[in-house]
Design a binder for this molecule. Structure first.
Ligand code: FAD
Length: 327
């Protein structure tokens, strides 16, 4: 991923799409068709595949990673959590990912049981990995530079049982610095709607005295608004604040699903346009929590001009133009 970002021409923006493994065979075949369509039409720089806490979706996540990486030829990043995961499960996931040609891991701690948004927890005793940093260190120790490693960060601070005093950047920052020092290559953020909070977060990282975040890709997480109820639930679960100006716009149309989606596209597009215009050390990237849905993300990408031009078709007449002219 970081090689691909570094190879982008100056001034280019990019985006990634996140998918979760469906539970049923029907869901998988629908997603397969959708992924094929979306990857051709939208051309993401990379895709990511979520991991059920405790390894609950291990097999299905790897199947989806295989589809993305091997069959569709997409640069794929496998999320991997480590809490409630035995060392054997972590080893197997990394070995399997490597065997599939996956070169990117989003190294996460995972949520404690019950509060997980990502799947049913399996009760596995594990002491090896307590924090995401343990996984970053482990991957670097076992695989050297084979994997490009991403880590999570929280523009509004991480709300966690480990620090009941509440969410704050002050609490997270030292650990985020440690994750960088342990060998993380890029940062992907929690979803947010408070763009001012994001600006302050990024500024703080870029200017941090450690210098750890000076040039590292920081990819903000974008959650398209699919419905009024869903976005209320998601922001509550992820502890992301909805600025009153956004809540008001959604409240006015709350009974009309189509209007909620339409206003949602406007809101996300405004956030992206704002961030795109902010100066940064490298290309601007955006990560979309797609929830395996296609429409809203496609509208937003189109509106914000994030879809890259299609590569020239080698069979088209344009290819001939590139040939040297005969004297
Ligand atoms: P950590 O970096 O370990 O941090 C967790 C908390 O502990 C933070 O509050 C931090 O400040 C604190 N902390 C860190 N180290 C220490 C220490 N040494 N001592 C004391 N406190 C410490 N979950 C899934 O289950 N599956 C997924 O696929 C998934 N994908 C995600 C993708 C993104 C982009 C994001 C942002 C989150 C994702 N999550 C996923 C959720 C994630 O697992 C949870 O938010 C989890 O609670 C924290 O993970 P982390 O990697 O940030 O943990």
């Amino acid at each position: 991923i970081t090689d691909k970002i570094a190879a982008l021409p100056p001034g280019t923006s990019y985006f990634s799409l996140e998918f979760f493994p469906p539970k049923t065979a029907m869901g998988s075949s629908n997603l397969r068709a959708r992924l094929d369509r979306m990857s051709r039409a939208l051309r993401p720089l990379f895709v990511t595949v979520t991991w059920g806490a405790g390894g609950s979706t291990a097999e299905k996540s790897l199947e989806l990673a295989e589809l993305c990486q091997r069959e569709l030829g997409l640069t794929t990043c496998l999320h991997l959590t480590c809490t409630n995961m035995s060392k054997e499960l972590v080893d197997k996931a990394l070995e399997d990912a490597k065997a599939l040609g996956v070169r990117n891991i989003l190294a996460l701690r995972g949520d404690p049981p019950r509060s997980s948004e990502y799947g049913t927890e399996t009760a596995v005793e594990a002491e090896e990995f307590e924090w995401a940093i343990d996984l970053v260190r482990y991957i670097r120790k076992m695989y050297g530079d084979y994997f490009c490693i991403g880590v999570a960060a929280y523009p509004e601070g991480h709300a966690d049982e480990s620090h009941p005093e509440g969410q704050s950047m002050e609490h997270d920052l030292p650990y985020l610095v440690e994750k960088m020092k342990a060998g993380a290559d890029f940062i992907m953020t929690q979803l947010f709607f408070d763009v001012e909070a994001y600006d302050a977060f990024e500024k703080r990282l870029r200017e941090h005295e450690s210098g750890a975040f000076k040039t590292i890709p920081i990819i903000p997480g974008m959650m398209p608004i699919q419905s009024y109820q869903m976005i209320k639930r998601t922001t509550k679960l992820s502890h992301a604040k909805m600025p009153p100006s956004i809540t008001e716009r959604l409240d006015v149309v709350r009974g009309d699903d189509e209007m909620v989606k339409k206003i949602g596209v406007d809101i996300l597009s405004e956030i992206i346009t704002h961030i795109k215009d902010e100066p940064g050390p490298g290309p601007r990237g955006f990560h979309f929590y797609t929830l395996n849905l296609e429409k809203a993300v496609s509208f937003i990408l189109e509106r914000t001009d994030l879809i890259p031009a299609s590569p020239p078709d080698p069979d088209s007449e344009y290819a001939i133009i590139d040939l040297p002219l005969q004297p």
